[in-house]
Write a protein that binds this ligand. Structure first.
Ligand code: FNR
Length: 192
């Protein structure tokens, strides 16, 4: 199963980027064909329809194609003001805007329809970014994704990783694994 993993943060020492790395390793060990991307590697400006009218950025097209090619995704979501990051919103907004000049991409939800998505989050706070998930899930449903009911929010993230970026608490690792297992299971069932 092809699984796409990314975090909604570009911060150098981002907890969500660390969590994405852990999830990528666990998913690979579970037999998934993992593509772990960093949103920092995509040159995507803030969405503006005037800008889009001059042509959809090449990196938006690259991201749409990647998302389309992966039936399963894991998103690691930071929390800002009890919601998900502007980076995640901007990324999904660009991806979901139909490219009228390209017959392959006039369907707004071609990139996302039927994808099984697992949501993880991490925050230095006690709730672990859980409130970001309650906003991110409806956004994903709106673009026709199947959001996995199992989720995990990593609280007190500043104490959760060792110097190598591994989760120090085995219970946390098991929770990440449970989300991965459910996403892979559901994506396989949907593909059958
Ligand atoms: C935050 N942060 C935060 N954390 C949280 O658990 N709930 C929240 O509502 C907020 N709100 C918030 C607003 C603003 C303006 C800032 C700057 C920060 C803290 C934030 O989640 C924390 O910096 C994380 O470490 C960001 O994620 P990454 O970059 O570590 O993945």
């Amino acid at each position: 199963m092809k699984l796409l993993i990314f975090a909604g943060s570009t911060r150098q020492h981002s907890f969500n980027r660390k969590l994405a790395r852990v999830a990528a390793q666990l998913a690979q060990d579970s037999g998934a064909e993992v593509t772990h991307i960093e949103l920092a590697d995509f040159d995507i400006p803030m969405y503006n329809a005037d800008l889009e009218a001059r042509g959809t950025p090449a990196d938006v097209m690259r991201l749409k194609q990647l998302m389309y090619e992966h039936p399963a995704w894991i998103i690691c979501s930071p929390e800002y003001n009890a919601s998900y990051s502007a980076l995640l919103k901007n990324t999904i907004d660009w991806a979901s805007s139909p490219v009228k000049s390209d017959p392959d991409w006039t369907d707004e939800f071609k990139f996302s329809r039927g994808k099984v998505v697992g949501i993880l989050s991490a925050s230095p706070g006690a709730l672990g970014g859980l409130r970001s998930q309650s906003h991110l899930a409806p956004l994903l449903l709106n673009v026709q994704c199947w959001v996995a009911p199992r989720n995990f929010a990593l609280g007190h993230a500043g104490d959760a990783f060792d110097a190598q970026g591994q989760l120090v608490n085995d219970a946390h690792r098991k929770n990440v694994q449970a989300v991965i297992d459910q996403v892979l299971f559901a994506a396989q069932r949907l593909a059958a």
